[in-house]
Write a protein of this length. Structure first.
Length: 370
């Protein structure tokens, strides 16, 4: 039968992601609009965002955090173009974004001594292939495949090279061992449901040492430059951004961080995401027509949950359209480069109760089109 109750929030997009429960534009009333981001007040707001990020994530005190242009993509490109080159590179690829990083490394930077370790959607490459005398590039969570790395045990503490991790759909949702990572990037618009166009770049002391000791042989655009002469541009990590940020978007980020604090901080966010994954695990276990794209449970993402359905692609599109037309689940189609299926965002800003209701509608939609 057709369900009668609808989710309070039907937004299940994997980016930009759902705003936190109870979100209101009134939360942005203190944004310093019409003021310079380099004014005392502007820099103070940006510094507040950086300090609160460090506090809520529990980052090591010697890790630097900067707000940079162009979302997670800009942050990760900035790191690759500034840091890669002195050593060989191992790249792990198992979905579209990690594939994009491998393309940049091999076809744009055109580095020598690059090893690309690949796996199909739903699988994880053999992480044991990593050579940590090289720099190692990977995503923590495959946003378009629903496959994550299970832990950081495969990364040695005494590595010679750097680890560069695109963690955009994992930070604030998964237990990420920061000491295993030298570069961490993410965007506000993923797990925190913030506004797009701004990225966060986190550097370990080892990454800073590389920056100071290495000058890439290629030209660096202004928005990628993290040094002033031979010294680190410390201002980037204190609120003096390279280009002009949106103070409204920064205020939105602060509102999201305040909400994170209200639900128990990082552990509360991880718990919320894990609870939503449990909804899917229970649903898949009792419905034989649907399954996870991730083949191994330990590699199963708790944020970008990707699902395969025993229907042809055109029927799955009909399901997605039915759910949107009914106003019960928006943007739950699989990523354009991924196998046909469904993708439901389950980061901490999604209420598990809404997801439970959405699965009832999903079953109804399946029976309508099969």
């Amino acid at each position: 039968m057709k369900p009668t109750v609808k989710p309070k929030n039907p937004n299940f997009s994997s980016g930009p992601c759902s705003k936190h429960p109870g979100y209101s534009l009134d939360e942005l009333r203190d944004a310093p609009l019409g003021r310079s981001h380099r004014s005392v007040g502007g820099k103070a707001k940006l510094a507040e965002a950086i300090d609160k990020t460090k506090q809520l994530l529990g980052l090591p005190p010697d890790y630097r955090v900067g707000i940079v242009p162009a979302s997670d993509t800009g942050a990760f490109e900035m790191a690759m173009w500034s840091l890669l080159g002195p050593r060989g590179v191992d790249v792990f690829v198992w979905e579209s974004f990690s594939k994009g990083w491998s393309v940049d490394i091999t076809q744009q930077l055109k580095l020598d001594n690059v090893q690309v370790h690949t796996a199909e959607y739903g699988k994880l490459p053999d992480l044991g292939q990593a050579n940590f005398d090289n720099d190692v590039v990977f995503v923590w969570n495959g946003t378009t495949s629903g496959v994550k790395v299970p832990n950081g045990d495969w990364i040695p503490d005494d590595r010679a090279g750097l680890t560069l991790c695109d963690a955009t759909s994992a930070i604030f949702a998964m237990d990420v061992p920061y000491h295993k990572l030298d570069v961490i990037t993410y965007s506000w618009q993923k797990v925190l449901g913030g506004e797009a166009a701004h990225g966060v770049l986190i550097l370990s002391p080892r990454a800073v040492e590389r920056l100071l000791s290495y000058d890439p042989p290629w030209p660096l655009p202004k928005v990628f430059r993290m040094k002033k002469g031979a010294d680190l541009n410390e201002g980037i990590f204190k609120g003096s951004t390279i280009n002009t940020p949106s103070m409204l978007a920064n205020e939105d980020y602060l509102a999201a961080l305040n909400w994170v604090e209200s639900v128990g901080g990082l552990s509360g966010m991880i718990g919320r995401s894990d609870a939503s994954l449990k909804v899917w695990e229970d649903f898949v276990a009792t419905h034989p027509w649907i399954d996870f794209l991730a083949e191994e449970k330990e590699n199963r993402s708790s944020t970008s949950v990707c699902l395969k359905v025993d229907l042809p692609g055109d029927k799955i599109k009909q399901m997605v359209k039915l759910l949107a037309d009914e106003g019960v689940a928006y943007d739950c189609n699989s990523y354009r480069d991924a196998p046909p299926g469904l993708r439901f965002w389950c980061g901490g800003t999604v209420d598990t109760s809404d997801l439970e209701i959405a699965t009832q509608w999903l079953e109804w939609a399946y029976n309508q089109v099969k």
